[in-house]
Design a protein around this ligand. Structure first.
Ligand code: 5GP
Length: 177
């Protein structure tokens, strides 16, 4: 499928699954290399990161734990930058090496708030792994060590990302036309 229609909008395929997976593999290799011996806790941010998290975790070969948190900051096609709530963080992360697994860093405000929230629970270190970054939109300074891909300032869906709840199921990434 070269184009898809979701509600009032048309999206054209922009990154194919095989290209996504090559970059996911590269990120997994780097994490396996860098975090050996640290028994990291991967905190996957739902809903958007579920496909990335699945493909990434299948390629992580070091001992680790995986957990999921949920937060909401996005409505329609522009970020509000407001986190409503962080739900589901039941683990004790004090002294742990934590890796946040996100779908996309846009303004970076969501990630910044998440880092602040986690930081109050005394983790040993926090790393960021994200499928996508929009460097032109970043408003805050973030040390994003593990980014699979950078994209221009466009709105995308697919591979876990949605438009108004739809489109998460596509295996490729599509850009708003
Ligand atoms: P930020 O706080 O960095 O501006 O926004 C981060 C969140 O906004 C992401 O976790 C994601 O849910 C949403 N987001 C940002 N850009 C896009 C996009 O292009 N497509 C979709 N579907 N969601 C996006």
């Amino acid at each position: 499928m070269d184009t898809i229609r979701i509600k009032d909008k048309t999206f054209a395929v922009s990154i194919k699954e095989e290209d996504i997976l090559k970059e996911v593999e590269r990120v997994a290799d780097a994490i396996n290399r860098d975090l050996t011996g640290k028994n990291p806790l991967f905190l996957c941010v739902l809903n958007g990161s579920f496909m990335f998290a699945s493909d990434l975790m299948k390629r992580i070969s070091i001992p680790c734990e995986i957990s999921f948190v949920k937060l909401a900051s996005y409505q329609g096609v522009s970020s509000t930058g407001v986190i409503k709530e962080v739900i589901g963080l039941n683990e004790d992360i004090s002294g742990r090496t934590v890796v946040i697994v996100e779908d996309i860093v846009d303004t970076g405000l969501t990630m910044q708030r998440l880092l602040e929230t986690l930081g109050t629970r005394n983790p040993a270190e926090i790393h960021i792994a994200t499928l996508l970054v929009k460097p032109d939109k970043l408003q805050v300074e973030l040390d994003i060590e593990y980014a699979a891909m950078q994209i221009p300032n466009d709105f995308i869906v697919g591979y876990g990302l949605d438009y108004d709840g739809f489109g998460r199921n596509y295996k490729d990434i599509y850009t708003l036309v």
